[in-house]
Design a protein around this ligand. Structure first.
Ligand code: GLN
Length: 538
């Protein structure tokens, strides 16, 4: 196509209706029809990015190759589309205001009064068009966070209104609403949808397609009613039933004709169907696994599954690749003590220790790692999970009493995890967090090499602390292998133990790069080891 088409997705009536999954599913369908697609998320909060948000508040912070700390929906986009997103795919009100204020300070507005309209809305429109201007995409899907009617989303809806006016037929608008089921009346209700669309219309925007999230099937009569009250054809009223798995949604949207409706809106041909062969195969493995395995996910945010979204999804991908359902046991690391560890972890065939920051739950994680190492249970540590594995090894194998990370004990006599000098230099002492993808060289003959089949990989990071190379020799001599190294800065990126079935920990986050089509090799191998462990022990 010679020009990019823009599709906007808004939400009404309630939050958490799954705009991200609807956007990703539509994108997947268009991609499966041969179009190039990307998805962008506009978040109406004032934080510059979710990097500083508490995971309990906002779920996981996703990280892109180019180091954006982004909303977890970007993870869904990558997992569904199997293409990398970037800084341009994640925009917040904070960032918009920051650019406008910076420009004002530089004198960039020539003495004008700087206002929400046109300056903030212009900045929003620029951010939307940035992806279109690359010339790489046939479709840009822009998901607008929040719910129509929120004060915070007003400038975004206004920017969309202006863009539709400017770009005429190059834009489509999808509104996702809730059609609630009232048990007492035994009925679905369309009124909230009508009100939500009215609110959008008051703001000058007419949706082209209305997607209705519901727990019960809608009748054609209800679709006709929404069509009549909301000025859309009844074929453009799409039912979105609660799904068993998020990976069902592309098929459900195809059945309902969402992609067809979009193509019709843009006068694009409907002559062939999307090719979803590999997706179908994956879903079949997810739904009809030959075996099951129990794996513990030990972390401090386990009460809220969104905090470990990418890890949980990576297990679904790796499970499917092994024809196996991974049953995750979420274990609160704060509750783990030497006395109860056997009881808490006795039913699992493998253990993953999660990323995180701060000292809460650290001792439980270290105890868990000791248990996995001594009992020879397959172990996978990610980021903080690797740092805890280093501390555990220092204390219990090397006999370094009180070894620690300077994050938890700046006075430790053995700072085995430290802020490295190279890193301070690279970041100019200012912002020492290491963010985004970095190269990692893989040692031949290591277990990770067996998984990657590659001597060089790029993985994503998000951490200020590192393994302290002053201790590298002592660790290596005692049997801990440094099997992944960033040669540029001499950072240890992967550790593993030889005298153990599978004990691997990474300073990076492999979970961010696992997709439906490309399950992450370390997760795939870890699940395979868990299956072997189950066979060994039952
Ligand atoms: N808190 C650790 C650090 O800052 C680990 C961070 C993480 O797990 N993402 O280095």
């Amino acid at each position: 196509m010679n020009t990019s088409k823009y599709i906007f997705v808004t939400g009404g009536v309630s939050s958490s209706l799954g705009k991200g999954i609807i956007s990703a599913s539509l994108a997947r369908l268009l991609q499966a029809r041969g179009y190039s697609v990307t998805i962008q998320k506009l978040d109406p909060y004032i934080n510059i990015n979710p990097g500083t948000l508490d995971p309990y508040e906002h779920g996981e912070c996703y990280v892109t190759d180019d180091g954006a700390e982004a909303d977890l929906d970007l993870g869904h986009y990558e997992r569904f589309l199997n293409i990398a997103t970037s800084q341009a795919n994640s925009v917040t009100t904070g960032r918009i205001y920051q650019s406008v204020i910076d420009k004002e300070r530089r004198g960039g507005y020539n003495g004008m009064t700087v206002q929400v309209i046109p300056h903030i809305t212009d900045e929003i429109k620029n951010r939307i068009k940035l992806l279109g201007n690359t010339g790489k995409y046939d479709f840009i899907i822009t998901e607008i966070g929040g719910t129509v009617g929120d004060i915070e989303s007003l400038p975004y809806i206004e920017a969309v209104r202006q863009l539709r006016w400017e770009l005429h037929n190059e834009c489509a608008m999808i509104h996702l609403t809730l059609v609630p089921y009232l048990a007492a009346a035994d009925e679905l209700k369309t009124k909230p949808t009508q009100h939500s669309v009215k609110m959008l219309q008051e703001q000058g925007v007419q949706p082209d397609i209305i997607v209705c999230r519901t727990s019960h099937h809608m009748t054609q009569g209800m679709k006709n009613k929404i069509s009549l009250f909301c000025n859309v054809p009844s074929t453009a009223v799409i039912e979105s039933m609660d799904a068993q798995s998020i990976y069902d949604v592309p098929f459900m949207m195809f059945e309902e004709g969402l992609d067809e409706e979009v193509l019709r809106k843009f006068n694009l041909p409907l002559d062939h169907e999307p090719d979803l062969t590999d997706w179908k195969h994956f879903l079949n493995c997810v739904k009809n696994p030959e075996k099951t395995v129990d794996i513990a996910l030990v972390g401090k945010y386990v009460e809220l599954k969104d905090s470990y979204k990418s890890i949980i999804e990576a297990f679904i991908h790796a499970g499917a690749a092994n024809n196996c359902k991974v049953k995750l046991k979420m274990v609160q690391s704060e509750h783990i003590k030497k006395e109860n560890i056997d009881e808490m972890l006795k039913d699992v065939s493998a253990i993953l220790v999660a990323p995180g920051s701060g000292s809460r739950g650290i001792e439980g994680k270290i105890e868990t790692i000791r248990y996995a190492r001594e009992q020879k249970i397959p172990f996978f540590g990610i980021c903080l999970g690797m740092q805890c594995a280093v501390i555990e090894f220092a204390r219990n194998v090397l006999g370094y009493d009180d070894a620690d990370s300077v994050e938890f004990n700046p006075e430790t006599p053995y700072p085995v995890i430290n802020v490295m000098e190279e890193q301070k230099k690279a970041a100019g002492m200012k912002d020492i967090i290491r963010l985004g993808a970095y190269p990692c060289e893989i040692a031949q003959g290591s277990k990770v090499f067996e998984a990657y089949h590659s001597e060089l990989v790029y993985e994503r990071h998000r951490h200020p602390y590192e393994f302290n190379n002053d201790y590298a020799e002592a660790f290596t001599q005692a049997g801990m292998k440094m099997s992944g190294i960033n040669k540029q800065d001499n950072f240890v990126e992967i550790i593993e133990l030889d005298n153990h079935p599978w004990f691997i920990a990474t300073q990076f986050h492999p979970e961010y790069k696992s997709t439906v089509i490309n399950p992450h090799p370390l997760f795939v191998h870890f699940v395979a080891e868990a299956v072997k462990q189950k066979e060994r022990t039952t």
